[in-house]
Design a protein around this ligand. Structure first.
Ligand code: UD1
Length: 425
């Protein structure tokens, strides 16, 4: 298994191109199941998760043409589901990636039935799909769980309804949005997720002929249409990738221009980091980030649904706070068990105490390099940040987690002066 070796202590300087958002690209790809015409996605990131989902979609009958050109600014990919070859998403594909459950809404809406393996447990908590299923039932689907599979049927088609989500769920909002686009009549999604990736999906569906109102708000109203057509859509910038590199600049005391980053989607992050002593400036190409003089100050962070501080930046924020002056309380309200990076950061000299859903970080003068290992994507990248700032050598195992969600991470960091390399085997 490949490893990363980082020799820390170098301030990052230069520019980093921000790719298309993984979490927008995945639902957008599944939207191709809703039409027999071609959906062309531009600025699609080149990531392991994208390849995994492409495998799921191919076995449903989607033809995927990756030859639409590519550059460091992402690829153009054409997806065509002329006919659905299979409505079954099998366990061995779904278990690799939870987002595969997003095929459920589109398959059910188009074919009237779908059989999708339950995604199962995952490293960051139990993560059930009950909200997805309840919502689809309200649209008239009959749902049964059998032999580890979700069996969903709507023999007479889906019918619009009012769905009040008991909890904000990004995936459930996306599944319901896609299902409602082809349902008969009006669907109201109340307490919907407002994440920019949800809005990006709504925009793409609109370009495909869907009728959706309330984009960006917590109530989405969908007037179902009989069919959707092909469209061309550019994937929104990855705010989590941008936030991660902003923290890389801050933790190393460097200065980076994040080309293509959209400041408007990072308001809560920018606000908090500014308080900690990070300076931001919008440029015509994106966002410049540098640590204002001296050490950062400890600031408290609590994860919340958008527009609050994202859970997908919680681990990176914790890494940043390990070398700040003073204490920082980091509270995770979205996922249980999302502190697996804590013992690994501790191996590098961080002082962190976890009490339930909160972690108290007492900033240290310095971190020291160590061999570490991570169990999920964002935890892994928090160790990269810590390694960039630490004295000496850090070796990070299980690099495949990073391949799932960070495009050309080693190249991007090395081009800005980081001493980082990938060791094979
Ligand atoms: C998406 C993101 C993930 C991010 C998360 C929260 C993708 C591919 N992944 O995941 O990176 O960390 O949003 O911003 O976009 N829940 C239930 N029942 C359900 C569904 C969710 O109880 O049926 C709970 C979850 O366990 C969690 C919370 O609701 O506690 C939010 O989860 P959700 O927004 O659904 O996350 P995902 O869509 O899986």
């Amino acid at each position: 298994m490949d490893r990363l070796r980082i020799r820390g202590g170098r301030a990052l300087k230069g520019e980093i191109a921000i790719g298309g958002a993984k979490n927008a690209a995945l639902p957008l790809m599944t939207a191709s199941l809703l039409t027999d015409e071609t959906l062309t996605l531009e600025h699609l990131p080149d990531l392991l998760d994208i390849t995994t989902l492409a495998g799921v979609l191919e076995q449903h009958g989607v033809e995927i043409d990756m030859n639409g050109g590519g550059s460091e600014h992402g690829r153009t990919v054409a997806l065509t589901a002329r006919r659905i070859a299979s409505t079954r998403a099998p366990y061995d594909l779904v278990r690799k990636m939870r987002a595969s459950v997003l095929v459920l809404g589109p398959l059910l809406a188009r074919e009237g039935h779908a059989e999708v393996s339950l995604p199962g447990g995952c490293a960051i908590g139990t993560r059930p799909v009950d909200i997805h299923l309840k919502g689809l039932e309200l649209l008239g689907a009959e749902v049964e769980l059998k032999d580890g599979y979700i069996l969903a049927r709507a023999p007479k088609g889906l019918v619009g309804a009012e769905v009040v989500f008991p909890k904000v769920s990004v995936g459930a909002t996306e599944n319901l949005l896609m299902a409602a686009a082809l349902a008969r009549g009006e669907t109201r999604l109340i307490n919907a997720a407002r994440e920019p990736e949800v809005t990006d999906l709504a925009k793409c569906l609109t370009a495909m002929g869907a009728r959706i109102e309330g984009l960006g708000g917590d109530t989405l109203v969908v007037e179902g249409v009989a069919r959707l057509r092909g469209a061309r859509h550019r994937v929104v910038a990855d705010r989590i990738e941008a936030g991660t590199y902003a923290m890389a600049a801050a933790i190393t005391g460097g200065e980076l221009e994040l080309v293509g980053a959209e400041a408007g989607q990072l308001s809560s992050v920018i606000e908090l980091l500014t308080e900690a002593g990070v300076a931001f400036a919008e440029t015509d190409r994106g966002l410049k980030v540098r640590r204002a003089d001296g050490r950062l100050a400890g600031v408290d962070a609590m994860t919340e649904p958008y527009p609050g501080f994202p859970t997908d930046l919680q681990a990176q924020m914790m890494a940043l706070m390990t070398t700040a002056q003073g204490a920082a309380m980091i509270t995770e309200t979205i996922f249980e068990n999302r502190f697996m990076h804590v013992p690994e950061l501790a191996r590098m000299g961080a002082n962190v105490n976890v009490h339930g859903a909160s972690a108290l970080v007492r900033g240290q003068d310095r971190l020291t390099g160590a061999p570490v290992m991570a169990t999920d994507l964002r935890a892994s990248v928090s160790l990269v940040l810590a390694g960039l700032a630490a004295e000496g050598e850090t070796e990070i195992n299980r690099v495949y987690h990073l391949d799932r969600g960070y495009e050309r991470l080693v190249e991007k960091l090395a081009a800005c002066g980081a001493n980082i390399e990938r060791l094979e085997g």
